[in-house]
Design a protein around this ligand. Structure first.
Ligand code: NAI
Ligand code: MG
Length: 356
């Protein structure tokens, strides 16, 4: 019997609504698989906690999370709390504190009706974006000089360390080799004459150890165009923190929107817990209405199962998502249906039972 210890951070807005449905799926897996059990502990951190305590999480939050096998997060963000506080003081704190330097975002079209791209089908849109998740443009380094004065200057520095750049690129080569796919690096060396020239050099250098992996290298502007016009070019993509953030939103747009997009924040060495979360935010415009699409959060559970080495459950969840996406009427309004967060979660459990 394997027991996995999961820390739940439902967070704000629709975060807690969709995490409930994901937990429902986990409990069903536990029910169906005699070899697996889960224990859960819930942490009330987020913006409401901030409004009460003046901080996004407990002072020893990172220590409290350390013993868990995984963190399952909904979303944080609330009108009235500045976004740079909610993001930096919880999410980025966890990503950095636990050295979750790999962000895995699958860009997979699970039903052809979901893409706005004319004449593209599932076989054209099926790739994995591996985003650097610990430094780069989001390092937080910089300065704000002469604030409010006419000579005001702000500096936002990209930090690309050799260690940080090499390890993400190596991870991507390994992934491409393992799955026998091509690898595309996305950078911008023509304009960013230090960081991205360095990135490209490391990509080539590490590539010498992987002569079996076919590689491509695009500028980020061209890559943005190809994401939309020719997504079939991509199989595994590796890119920096900022570029990956933006590109994967294009990825979400061509695969059904934020209600489906998921991302895993992984510490590959497993020295620390990894974190699984939908890509979307707390969606204040629909929070509390019970109509948030839980499928992105459920897809996160699939990524978590893969990470635990329980790939059969990872695949079962993914194939159940494919099945449920055919039942258009029953889906949430963002996908054109009349279902609710809860009804989609309940239906999902039924289908997963049939699917195992
Ligand atoms: P958002 O992702 O919350 O919402 C964007 C749009 O997509 C909204 O119209 C929303 O209703 C819709 N949407 C998002 N998820 C959906 C779902 N599961 N089902 C149906 N519709 C969905 O992004 P926005 O509005 O830019 O940010 C809102 C708050 O969330 C901000 O405070 C922001 O900082 C925070 N945020 C947090 C993230 C996180 O915790 N990882 C990520 C992105 C934003
Ligand atoms: Mg984003």
């Amino acid at each position: 019997m394997k027991n996995f210890n999961i820390a739940l951070i439902p967070g704000d807005g629709i975060g807690s609504e969709v995490v409930s449905e994901g937990v429902k799926i986990l409990k069903e897996i536990e029910e169906m698989d005699a070899a697996i059990s889960f224990s859960f502990a819930e942490f009330p951190w987020g913006c409401e906690y901030y409004l009460e305590h003046g901080k996004m999480m407990a002072d020893d939050g990172i220590e409290q999370l350390q013993p868990f096998d995984a963190i399952y997060l909904g979303a944080v963000g609330y009108p009235g709390v500045p976004d740079h506080i909610s993001l930096r003081e919880l999410l980025l704190q966890i990503r950095k504190g636990f050295d979750q330097y790999v962000n895995l975002r699958p860009i997979t079209l699970l039903n052809p009706s979901l893409t706005p791209l004319k004449s593209k089908t599932e076989k054209d849109v099926d790739f994995l974006v591996i985003r650097e998740n610990s430094e780069g443009e989001y390092s937080g380094a910089g300065d704000w000089l002469y604030k409010g004065k006419p000579e005001e200057v702000v500096l936002q520095t990209g930090v690309f360390s050799r260690k940080g750049t090499e390890r993400i690129i190596r991870y991507a080569y390994e992934e491409a080799r393992k799955s026998n796919r091509t690898l595309t690096s996305v950078s911008k060396a023509n304009a960013l004459n230090y960081s991205m020239v360095f990135w490209d050099e490391v990509f080539e250098e590490v590539g010498k150890e992987y002569p079996d992996v076919e590689t491509y290298s695009y500028l980020v502007d061209a890559a943005s165009l190809y994401f939309v016009a020719q997504p079939e070019r991509f199989e595994v993509v590796v890119t920096s923190n900022l570029f990956g953030d933006i590109l994967t939103d294009i990825g979400a747009a061509i695969t059904g929107g934020l209600g489906l997009a998921t991302g895993a924040n992984v510490n590959p060495e497993r020295n620390y817990p990894s974190m699984f979360e939908p890509v979307h935010g707390s969606a204040p415009d629909i929070a509390g209405k019970g109509i948030a699409n839980p499928i992105a959060a459920i897809w996160s559970v699939s990524q978590m199962m893969d990470f635990f080495g329980e790939e059969k459950w990872g695949e079962a969840i993914l194939s159940t998502i494919k099945t449920i996406l055919k039942e258009t009427e029953q889906l949430t309004p963002d996908l054109g249906g009349q279902g609710s967060t809860k009804s989609v979660g309940d239906r999902f459990v039924e289908l997963l039972k049939d699917n195992r």
